[in-house]
Write a protein that binds this ligand. Structure first.
Ligand SMILES: [Zn+2]
Length: 237
């Protein structure tokens, strides 16, 4: 592979990929905060038993982290299989009908706004350079060298969910007696302010709105499970 033109391309791709990872990590942490807060605050609404709250919280953390990791593993694996199959099909087509594939590439560049002559020249030069990469990029929109590992995606979901889940879990176990629900809820709101702010900043979205939405949804979750927990606690006691 020639150096020159290619040299800075992987660099850009890596920066984009790192941003995606960061975004996924923040979302995972956000999920961990909200769902675990819902569980521990709900149980705390029903009972003052610290053992019961801790047990439910640890179970919520473990179950959530495994479920996120499993979901991520399956989705990335499936995506990767799909991309590999498409690349294989393209490789075969390039081998078996190179002329049709050249016409196809020319057509795709014409659709993008190049004149017939220029589209033809671009298609010919790219085909001579790396036909598969050219088709993968413009026809399939896949980077053949950029496959995310399903295991890495699963592990990072697991870790980010668990880190988020630790916030409500540790806070509700602080020795503050009857104030534990409020202490945990406050910590959760602060955590959601942070995750909302970071994901808005990464995505370039308006920050205040994203933060408000995030805090509101999390607070609604806690209010709902607390209410249900309280009703349940009254019913069984
Ligand atoms: Zn093609």
């Amino acid at each position: 592979m020639p150096a020159g033109a290619h040299a800075d391309e992987p660099h850009d791709a890596r920066v984009g990929q790192r941003l995606n990872w960061l975004r996924a990590g923040v979302l995972g942490a956000n999920d961990g905060i909200v769902s675990t807060a819902g569980v521990v605050i709900g149980v705390a609404g029903a009972t003052g038993s610290v053992i019961a709250i801790a047990t439910a919280g640890v179970a919520a953390l473990v179950a959530g982290a495994f479920s996120m990791a499993g979901g991520e593993y399956v989705s990335v694996s499936t995506q990767r299989d799909t991309e590999r199959a498409l690349i294989e099909k393209e490789r075969r087509e390039l081998r078996e009908m190179p002329q049709e594939e050249l016409e196809e590439l020319t057509g795709l560049y014409r659709q993008r706004g190049l004149s017939a002559d220029l589209a033809r020249r671009v298609a010919e030069e790219l085909t001579a350079h790396d036909a598969l990469a050219a088709h993968a990029e413009i026809e399939l929109r896949i980077d053949p060298e950029d496959y995310t590992s399903p295991w890495a995606a699963a592990l990072s979901s697991f870790v980010s969910f668990a880190i988020g889940a630790l916030i409500p879990l540790l806070m509700i176990l602080l020795p503050v007696g009857d104030h534990r629900v409020w202490v945990a809820a406050l910590a959760v709101v602060i955590g959601l302010l942070l995750t909302g702010w970071i994901s808005a900043a990464l995505g370039g979205a308006p920050r205040i709105r994203a933060i408000l939405r995030n805090v509101l949804m999390g607070s609604a979750t806690m209010a709902a499970t607390y209410l249900i927990g309280t009703l349940f606690g009254v019913a069984v006691s």
